[in-house]
Design a protein around this ligand. Structure first.
Ligand code: HSE
Length: 429
């Protein structure tokens, strides 16, 4: 009889319960595929007496996840508690110190402590894996580390927060304002306990920082990321961008260029007919580009019980099969210190402004743009009967953010635009 792989699961929320269900229901399949039984020996959660819809009676119970992580009958510690520090980190460190392998879905913990934890795991000859931390059920870590192992990765992009994509697409289809849809998302239970993690771009930023580390062989650098959320996106921008052939997405982009490591998580316009532009509701999409493979597009559920548990089980099964892949695809000590790019790659921008309807107003704006070196690609003025200002949209040619900021300051000084113009980057995808 082959030795079983014994799991200790800390955290029995939606994902934890999903993992227990798969281990119980698919026991034969898992044993056949990995060559050994995969069993649960012990579990831990904040509350013991709660109906989670799964049988837990056969497993030992620990109130303290650190005690669970150290148990002699646990080979693999599955961390599904969440939170960058506190019990999740303490228990992960305890498991590693005890020489146990760890599988986690905790993006926040890895985005902040990934380098330290990966180094500790290697020193202890333990494996630390995190497929479920990025884009839920999409096997993107596996695709990057294994599938693209022969490529120099040139760019990683993605819509990796389902809640934000739900809000943006629901605003568009329902012709609704941000606040109304935010409330709706809250009622549907889509938002994290701290909603700024979602709408502020932080959750998606954590995920992008992890992908960038694998893609470019650099230490995780969440602090070096430029992050902007979707809170200021208006229905006007969504509809007018659409009218110009674009959709607005909370898009993460990471690339390593001569300027350094560029990591951005921000609202961007993407062509409406591109794969990213066609992404609806709470679905995630990750686009990987490599010098040999070209572009690979992965699409799927970014959250939820089944998809996230599926990703956890991918790591569990790898470990059951004896795979010892490094956390970020190469030894932690060989990851280089990233030099964050000070400026983003030039790009076209979408500008929207309320222009006063008087002679010469448009000419003043065009002059300011020209003086800043920003060239106009397309322009549209909407009908505005009975209104003192005309909504004007401009799509620029590729420009630097520096030149654009100079132009925006100049436009503010013209006195012919009400309020500040909206400027959103257009990403070439
Ligand atoms: N809150 C995330 C989302 C899922 O909406 O995609 C967990 O990372």
């Amino acid at each position: 009889m082959t030795t079983p792989l014994r799991l200790g699961i800390a955290g029995l929320g939606t994902v934890g319960a999903g993992v227990v269900k798969i281990v119980q229901r698919r026991a034969n399949l898992l044993a056949m595929r990995s060559g050994r039984p995969v069993v649960i020996t012990a579990v831990s959660a904040r509350t013991r007496d709660k109906d989670r819809g799964v049988r837990l009676g056969d497993y030992a119970w620990e109130d303290d996840p650190v005690a669970l992580a150290k148990r002699g009958d646990v080979d693999l510690f599955v961390e599904l508690m969440g939170g960058s520090d506190g019990p999740a980190k303490a228990a992960t460190e305890a498991a590693i110190a005890a020489g146990k392998d760890v599988v986690t879905a905790n993006k926040a913990m890895l985005a902040i402590h990934g380098q330290h934890l990966a180094s500790a795991a290697e020193a202890a000859d333990a494996t630390l894996r995190f497929e479920a931390a990025v884009a839920g059920g999409i096997p993107v870590i596996k695709a990057l580390i294994e599938g693209l192992a022969g490529n120099e990765v040139t760019r990683v992009m993605g819509v990796m927060n389902g809640t934000c994509n739900y809000i943006l697409t629901r605003m568009e289809h329902g012709h609704l304002g941000y606040d109304e849809v935010f409330k709706e998302a809250h009622e549907l239970g889509y938002l994290e306990a701290d909603p700024t993690l979602d709408v502020g771009g932080i959750d998606a930023g954590h995920k992008l920082a992890l992908l960038a580390s694998i893609a470019f062989g650099t230490e995780v650098d969440f602090a070096g990321m430029e992050i902007e959320g979707i809170e200021r996106i208006s229905i006007e921008d969504i509809e007018q961008a659409r009218d110009m052939g674009f959709r607005i997405k909370l898009l993460g982009v990471a690339q390593l260029t001569g300027r350094g490591l560029e990591q951005r998580m921000s609202p961007c316009l993407v062509p409406a007919d591109s794969p990213l532009g066609q992404l609806e509701a709470a679905t995630n999409m990750v686009v990987l580009e490599g010098d040999a493979v070209g572009q690979v597009v992965l699409r799927g559920a970014g959250a939820g019980e089944g998809p996230t548990a599926s990703a956890v089980m991918s790591d569990v099964m790898d470990i059951a099969r004896g795979s010892r892949i490094s956390t970020f695809g190469q030894p932690a000590g060989s990851l280089s210190k990233p030099a964050p790019a000070k400026t983003a790659a030039p790009a076209p921008f979408y500008l929207r402004m309320a222009l006063q309807d008087k002679p010469g107003a448009l000419a003043k704006v065009a002059t300011v743009l020209g003086k800043a070196g920003v060239s106009i690609d397309r322009m549209r003025q909407y009908q505005h009967s009975h209104q003192p200002t005309a909504p004007v949209l401009i799509v620029t040619h590729k420009t630097t953010r520096e030149a654009l900021d100079k132009a925006l300051a100049g436009i503010d000084g013209t006195g012919v635009v009400d309020g500040h113009p909206v400027a959103i980057r257009i990403e070439e995808v």
